[in-house]
Design a protein around this ligand. Structure first.
Ligand code: BG6
Length: 474
């Protein structure tokens, strides 16, 4: 893999000549997509018409205001000329996705564009309707479709949705987005593992005792209660974002230099994951969730999930993987802790520290990117006692390219390297499918805590959770 993402096809593939965004007035577009579009325009990477589609009857002025608010939230308008260019590219079509007239209006708005990229930033329940309408309106030929996660609601619907998508679009024109794959720190897991040789000898069941990953957020569902009620934490972030991190950590070295080989190696991890069982999953719900807008007063939807996962492969047999995510936790952070086995013999009194953390490798993925290797070193003095210290590699010049900027640009260029394959999507759903409906009730937890106590009990045999700290670079 070279400096870019060499799939081999991106160079030959023609660039999309318009970007259509469904769900234009939604939360995701407001928070992440407007800032990404602004950055792309600013860098000269986006100059084609952008057509927003949504059901809200917004005036163009309202829309411009929303775009400005979105950009302001992420650093502000520091280049008024670029912002004006972005505004001049915007068009808006409002209408019901079930109504063919909406797609007639979209066709008119597309004007002479021949190869639009249709980005579906809408709830999964609407994907099939929109894809079918695009096909029926003749808007799919030479076009690309970018589908937001979660791709389906369960195993059966993911397979069904894929059939619908493929009846309208070719496989190479379907881009299944998981924005975690466009994050610099997550791409660095792949690089760090395979650009170094010292990890490989210990990166297996012989040396790794357990792995844990936490994706914590200090905020609640906000305006997304309606969406969240149909998703829950497991579908929203675990089956996709956290599983992608697991795949990058657990995969075998790609057999050759290509992203296709990476995709295959990652998909093999999903295939080797043991399907979850209700006893291996703790579900939680923050107190106050039931009062959020769009949430049922008796909702059992989980805003927190902690689970134990097994990868039944030669490399990982017997190593537990603990995944945890939740809203309204003490802070917003994503961290991985790969816990290594303690030395075979306790030659010093403090060789087995009380918290059970022998050596470990820690990947801090958010808010900043860092990698820490923890080892015990002797304290000065006569006694053979020491401390656990970290060798800390900190990214001091974070990338200014957001995940969405990267991924939208790649999809419009026809480069599928950082997107999820259908094989991986189906295999991942097969792991969570048994617990989507069949599970223990959600346990309440107080906002600002690390979730229900049952989650601590789940990981207790393996030394407990590592709670991400506030520090970025020491
Ligand atoms: C989205 C989820 O996919 O990822 C959200 O729908 C979650 O619920 C978000 O907050 C987290 O993404 P990031 O990039 O902010 O860590």
């Amino acid at each position: 893999m070279g400096e870019d993402t060499p799939t081999g096809s991106a160079d030959e593939a023609p660039r999309s000549d318009a970007l259509v965004i469904f769900g234009f007035t939604g939360d995701l577009v407001g928070r992440k997509i407007f800032p990404a579009l602004y950055a792309m325009v600013k860098k000269g990477e986006l100059s084609v018409p952008i057509i927003g589609v949504a059901s809200s009857k917004w005036s163009i002025d309202q829309l411009h205001q929303r775009v400005r608010e979105g950009v302001e939230r992420e650093g502000g308008v520091d280049d008024p000329a670029a912002f004006a260019r972005l505004i001049s590219l915007l068009h808006y079509v409002s209408g019901d996705y079930k109504d063919a007239a909406t797609f007639g209006a979209l066709k008119a708005a597309l004007g002479g564009a021949q190869r639009p990229a249709h980005y579906l930033a809408i709830p999964p329940s609407l994907f099939a309707t929109v894809i079918q309408q695009l096909g029926a309106a003749g808007l799919a030929a030479h076009a690309r479709v970018i589908v937001e996660k979660p791709f389906g609601r369960d195993l059966a619907s993911a397979i069904e949705l894929d059939a619908v998508a493929r009846s309208v679009f070719t496989e190479s024109s379907i881009f299944r987005i998981d924005h975690y794959l466009g994050k610099e720190a997550i791409m660095n897991i792949l690089y760090f593992r395979f650009a170094n040789s010292f990890l490989e000898p210990i990166w297996n069941r012989g040396h790794v005792a357990s792995v844990q990953i936490t994706l914590a957020e200090d905020f609640g569902v906000g305006q997304r209660g309606g969406f969240y009620e149909s998703a829950g934490c497991l579908r929203d972030v675990i089956e996709n974002h956290l599983f992608q991190i697991v795949a990058l950590l657990a995969m075998e070295p790609p057999a050759y230099q290509s992203f296709e080989a990476v995709q295959r190696a990652k998909a093999s991890v999903f295939h080797a994951m043991r399907p979850l069982t209700p006893d291996g999953v703790v579900r939680g719900q923050y107190l106050g969730y039931r009062g959020e807008k769009g949430v049922a007063p008796d909702s059992d939807v989980e805003t927190f999930s902690a689970l134990r996962l097994h990868i039944d492969s030669w490399r990982w047999a017997g190593v537990p993987w603990y995944l945890r995510s939740g809203k309204r936790l003490p802070r917003t952070a994503v961290e991985v802790l790969v816990q290594l086995q303690p030395p075979p013999q306790a030659l010093f009194d403090d060789s087995r520290p009380a918290d059970g953390r022998a050596n470990y490798v820690r990947f801090k993925l958010q808010p900043a990117s860092a990698i820490a290797l923890a080892a015990r070193v002797k304290r000065a003095g006569k006694g053979f006692v020491g401390d656990q210290r970290e060798l800390y590699l900190c990214e001091e010049t974070p990338s200014d390219e957001s995940a969405y900027e990267r991924l939208l640009g790649d999809a419009m260029a026809g480069d599928g390297a950082l997107f999820t394959s259908q094989d991986a999507v189906v295999a991942a759903w097969a792991v969570v499918d048994p617990v989507l409906e069949n599970h223990h009730p959600s346990l309440p937890y107080a906002p600002g805590t690390w979730g229900p106590q049952a989650a601590d009990a789940l990981i207790a045999p393996d030394g407990g959770w590592h709670n991400p700290a506030a520090e970025v670079c020491p």
